[in-house]
Ligand binder design. Structure first.
Ligand SMILES: [Zn+2]
Ligand SMILES: [Zn+2]
Length: 358
């Protein structure tokens, strides 16, 4: 079968190969025919070595498709079922799961050192244990979450990562208060989802911050009340908050420099929500005086910061009711053979989400 492969960390192009095999099928596992997958910024971060990932590997962790076969003991799904691929499955038994914080379950990472694919040249890993830039993946049954028939594969794929992450940051982690002021730094698919979440919660002002004009324009369509470039943020802060700072600032980039900017633009006693996935050697500096004196709450948000399956269900309900726009997030579509085009669209910031149809 075909899959897009990164041979070495640091390379910027994927090779679409047709001699790849998904391995690891057996008890408790399922084989999924991927139909649609989104390109998430974390795929680029893994390719570039910002996020830890062994190579060679098949990127992609935001996918949806149909079950082809199920291993022994799998009862929750059957062949033909439509599923979203969840890269962070909950084991249901560990302390984090028992507390309801399934986004912190580490069970899904237990297989991180096990190859997910094979080709004549050797073994390949799948990004985040999945690797959805492939016609088929074999994953734990818990990674294949059934979706209702009315949810198209392209929409389901987005729910698999970007939308869950951004929406959850606003709804679960920040729990944005009605009437508040919000700034969102970084307005790709995840940032736009945070904007939609803040709008749902009744934020009065939502300022979108992004260097790319097309993303700023998109942010206004999705509920931002203002959209500014990074060097216009100080002016927007003055205008919207009288210089005090925003009640909530969402950092959706994953760099210490933007996190520091976000911290400085949060009002005293306000909330900085860290959504971006950054590197282990990129350190955020805060001095001990400001940390206690300004009483700003720093809330990291991992994969939406809440029960993952509950977040999927909620997103589907909101989408079905027309309360959030997911179709509009898909600005580009390419076949798997066009994957490098999709990477360029992500790098230049012209795409909110590119849907790769497989
Ligand atoms: Zn668990
Ligand atoms: Zn992602």
């Amino acid at each position: 079968m075909r899959a897009a492969v990164l041979q070495e960390i640091g390379q910027d192009k994927l090779e679409v190969l047709d001699d790849v095999e998904a391995v690891g099928f057996g008890p408790g596992r399922v084989r999924v025919r991927i139909r649609a997958t989104g390109l998430c910024h974390s795929d680029l971060s893994a390719m570039g070595g910002v996020l830890p990932q062994p190579a060679p590997f098949v990127p992609g962790h935001e996918g949806a498709g149909e079950i082809l076969e199920v291993g022994e003991g799998v009862t929750r799904v059957k062949p033909g079922d439509r599923v979203v691929v969840c890269w962070l499955p909950a084991c249901g038994a560990c302390p984090a799961c028992r507390r309801g914080q399934t986004e912190l379950c580490l069970a899904g990472f237990m297989n991180a050192g096990t190859p997910n694919f094979r080709r004549p040249g050797g073994d390949l890993f799948g990004f985040a244990g999945t690797g959805t830039f492939a016609e088929q993946v074999v994953v734990d049954a818990g990674c294949a979450v059934p979706i209702p028939d009315d949810v198209p594969f392209d929409i389901a794929a987005l729910i698999g990562c970007g939308v869950t992450t951004g929406l959850g940051a606003a709804l679960n982690t920040a729990d944005v208060e009605a009437g508040s002021s919000v700034a969102v730094i970084g307005c790709g698919g995840v940032g736009i989802s945070a904007i939609q979440g803040a709008r749902l919660k009744g934020a009065a002002e939502i300022v979108a911050v992004d260097p790319v004009l097309s993303r700023r324009e998109a942010a206004l369509r999705f509920g931002a009340t203002k959209a500014v470039s990074p060097d216009e943020l100080a002016g927007a802060k003055q205008l919207v908050t009288g210089g005090e700072g925003f009640d909530y600032v969402f950092e959706v980039v994953g760099r210490s420099a933007t996190a520091r900017t976000a911290y400085e633009n949060t009002r005293r006693g306000g909330t900085l929500v860290v959504v971006g996935a950054g590197a282990m050697d990129d350190f955020l500096q805060l001095n001990m005086f400001e940390l206690f004196f300004d009483e700003k709450r720093i809330l990291p948000s991992m994969y939406g910061g809440g029960d993952v399956l509950r977040s999927y269900e909620r997103t589907i309900a909101l989408w079905r009711a027309g309360r959030i726009d997911l179709e509009g997030l898909i600005t580009h579509r390419v076949p798997l053979a066009g994957i490098n085009e999709a990477l360029d669209q992500m790098r230049t910031g012209t795409a909110l989400r590119t849907c790769i149809e497989i």
